[in-house]
Design a protein. Sequence first.
Length: 579
Amino acid sequence: MKAIRFTGLILFLFSLSLFLASFFMGSYTLTHEIFSTIVKPEHQEMLRNSYEFDRPYASGITFVNHLKKGIDEINVTARAEQRWGDIIYDDYVSTLTRASATGAVTENELLFFMLIYVVGTMGALMFILPQAKLAGPPGIRHNHIFHNALNNRGWLGMLSGTLLVVFYILLYFFPAYITNWIIIVNPVQKLLNPSASSGQWFLYGFLYTFAVIVMGFRMLVKYRHSRYQVFRTISVMFFQLAFAFVIPELLVRLNQPYFDFKNMWPLDYDFFDAWHINMLTQSGGLGIFMFAWGITLFVIGVPVFVYFFGKRWYCSWVCGCGGLAETAGDPFRQLSDKSTEAWQIERLLIHGVLVFGVIMTILVLYNFFGEDFYFAVNKWTVLAFPAIIGAGLFFFHRKKFPYMKGGKVRNVIVGIVGFFTLGAAFSEVSVFAKYMPVDGNNFNFSSGNIRTMYGFMIGSMFSGVIGTGFYPFMGNRVWCRFGCPLAAYLGLVQRFKSKFRITTNGGQCISCGNCSTYCEMGIDVRAYAQRGQNIIRSSCVGCGVCSAVCPRGVLNLENQNEYGRFNQPISLGNVNKII
Ligand code: SF4
Ligand code: SF4
């Protein structure tokens, strides 16, 4: 068994190394033919003199930089001269790079796919499955978890987190650099939809699903003693594979709109974008059904299901973000911050994002049905707003959030002010110009610009780069805990109108702290257990791990009558503050 595990580890490391090495493979040659086919006629004249044709580049990075430089120079000049119509927004860099790529990966995409993903899956399963025999009888073992370099912010954790952050930044903002990785998943794209070619979002969906399925097997082995955990894990694997990955691709193959039936507003923040509403409502009966389904899900589905089952029905059984957190993120669940301070920051942030999302959606709908919302403010004046809000928060928090230390508040303020300052100061730099509504000296607040900022700050940076990239630093539910507007909505219903609670048999508690340690949402479960109080927290995703790791059977997830849900704490000792 040990030999099988060792072989599996070698195979997996081989696949991982090949995946990373493929980033640097191949050569790139831009020809006149490729250029004329891809670049729009109105841009060809502007760009033609910026590019070298028929010159082979041995490095994808140099080639992409060359393409980017040409477009950036044109855009910087156009912005400086206020020729807004001449700015190029099309993503020519990715499409030109893809078409210009030659070499081992392009010519052997299926071989690379097999060596990376098929061999990698075999290796991972050979490493994971023997644990069912080797680890002894069913039951959770967390021995030495805080001495492990991966699980406790050691060098391996730091390395993994850094790689994840870099991957997300490349995927969201610079997909041309990962052209080879996009090409390698093309055989799967062709299998699902022969007329399509893989793109950056197909790669993302594939890797996401791959991680949930492979790490889902690890969950099944680790928690095989708990029926709740087994069913829950199978559920998230199924919803990710079928609803988030396969069905949307098949819909496109059948000339229907791309649609994930389990995703909903406000997590799906482009649901009310004009292009999305038009796409659904102009796609016949099925499109209109999808539009109605999406609205019904958050208007009726959320309150009804949360009332009967708590937010767990979505966050721990259905959602893709939750699915990834519960499977790939499981090795990091003990890293969540349990302090009261973190709880207060969590409430500020997650409800702040919900309010931002609601305002953004109202403005987008206002634009859809009528006039565009618009006003312009000098970019340096705009900086005063986060500074005033920050200062207000700094003084206000002492009264309202007494456990929050000044240092953390200061860091949040510095982050917000710094973000806007960078945006204003470097408004000419393309990466900011694309996402910050800055033209010349003005911040232009329009519905579209606010939507773009939301997409950049919340949709990309928070949910992707930080939400997943920070698993090895801050635990596996960074996004679900601090940023997801849908989790905030589900949480409000769970807190005020639901049958769900975790009951605690306080007399049995030995204060070992396992439950608090492994609560991915940073809830200090032990504090409730010690005083026999029901746990009714808006953030609780009902993962059930606190109950699974409790050696005394103290905790029970229940959907009972609402009566008596908020019971009074029973002081059993060790309690010095009641929150
Ligand atoms: S309190 Fe328990 S069920 Fe709720 S999120 Fe924490 S570990 Fe999961
Ligand atoms: S895991 Fe169980 S026994 Fe240990 S502190 Fe939590 S409730 Fe008490």
